[in-house]
Design a protein around this ligand. Structure first.
Ligand code: AHG
Ligand code: MN
Ligand code: MN
Length: 336
């Protein structure tokens, strides 16, 4: 049988299942091509002059790397002209990008973290792109970037698609259109993403956790308790030995969990409390929560389901606890 490319998977979701519209199919194909372009740029590394600092700060006051800026531009350029979008928002841009008047406007909103794991760029560790798609509300004011912000403020449960690309030893694209989770691997010779796994299921139990242990003293009591119990291993209340992994790129940590289970936590802590958390709701938490739930896992702040949060601001941050269902349930129970 012919290889099932991303294009073919999307046609099937549209034609046979009626899960997506033609415009959403086109949108996802355009995003996947942008991810291929980012993958090629990353692959050049020091030869392509893409490493190092850009010399600017983003809206969150973080120093931008050249690849943060380049990836953002690749995604904007790829998506502005196709007629499928009403506006775009990015972790790296203060305000939304409205579609230039010379192009037709579509009905979708695209949000992205163009380059996730920036601290890993220069050390040749896996990095990625995360994206989320919403429907633009009817009658939304898109007359200015400022006015268009309101259209984006929808809970994660309203997402119509979400995905991420990991630029690692291989480049993979992991996607949900609300019909389970599928994994595509980039065939570099063909220049296309090929389906390599369908109906991904995250095991409900795990013995592997991911958290930045350097922040331990800042965590709240429930997370302190949970991590202490995991560290006690077989002799402790959880009755099994745990292993720890922390890549420092959310995409890579989440991809490991999507592949073999686990729990990922960037919980509320005293250091990030005044910002609301470390990770960004619209560009990181919501798309990953949608994917993880579609794969049978769970995603919570500790106090509530991430996908139920009504966003107040585009660049809002949030505590994130996601992955294997039973482990997430345990941490949530400790918060109750
Ligand atoms: P970004 O590179 O888009 O700013 O995101 C980095 C995030 C996330 O990918 C990762 O899980 C986390 O920050 C790492 O934080 P620490 O540096 O505290 O480990
Ligand atoms: Mn990120
Ligand atoms: Mn980023």
């Amino acid at each position: 049988m012919a290889q099932r490319t991303l294009a073919r998977y999307l046609i099937e979701e549209q034609r046979n299942k009626g899960v997506i519209t033609g415009d959403l199919k086109f949108l996802i194909e355009v995003v996947s091509r942008a991810c291929q372009a980012i993958s090629i740029a990353i692959g050049k590394g020091g030869l392509g002059g893409v490493l190092g600092e850009a010399g600017s700060d983003n809206v969150q006051g973080e120093a931008q790397k050249k690849l943060d800026v380049l990836s953002n531009e690749i995604l904007l350029d790829a998506n502005e002209w196709g007629g499928h979008l009403a506006a775009m928002a990015s972790e790296e841009m203060d305000l939304p990008f409205t579609i230039p008047h010379r192009y037709p406007q579509g009905e979708y909103l695209l949000l992205f973290d163009p380059l996730d794991g920036s601290s890993n760029i220069d050390v040749d560790v896996s990095i990625g792109t995360i994206f989320s798609v919403l429907k633009c509300p009817d009658g939304a004011d898109l007359s200015t970037p400022e006015a268009s912000e309101a259209a984006f403020l929808q809970p994660g449960a309203a997402q119509v698609a979400a995905g991420y690309a990991v630029y690692g030893p291989t480049t993979v694209l992991v996607l949900t259109v609300g019909d389970g989770v599928a994994v595509f691997t980039l065939d570099r010779e063909q220049g296309s993403f090929v389906l390599t796994q369908e109906n991904v299921q995250i095991p409900a139990d795990t013995a592997e956790f991911a958290i930045n242990m350097a922040n331990m003293r800042h965590w709240e009591a429930p997370v302190q308790r949970y991590v202490a119990e995991m560290q006690q291993g077989r002799e402790g209340p959880l009755g099994k030995d745990y292993n720890m992994r922390w890549v420092g790129s959310m995409v890579a940590d989440v991809h490991r969990i999507v592949t073999r289970g686990g729990i990922f936590m960037y919980p509320m802590d005293a250091k990030v409390r005044n910002k609301g958390g470390k990770l960004r709701l619209m560009y990181e938490a919501n798309p990953m929560a949608f994917l993880v739930e579609q794969a049978g896992g769970a995603a919570s702040t500790g106090n509530r389901r991430i996908l139920d949060i009504e966003p107040e601001r585009l660049h809002q941050r949030v505590a994130v606890i996601l992955g294997s269902k039973n482990e997430v349930a345990r941490v949530v129970a400790y918060h109750a």
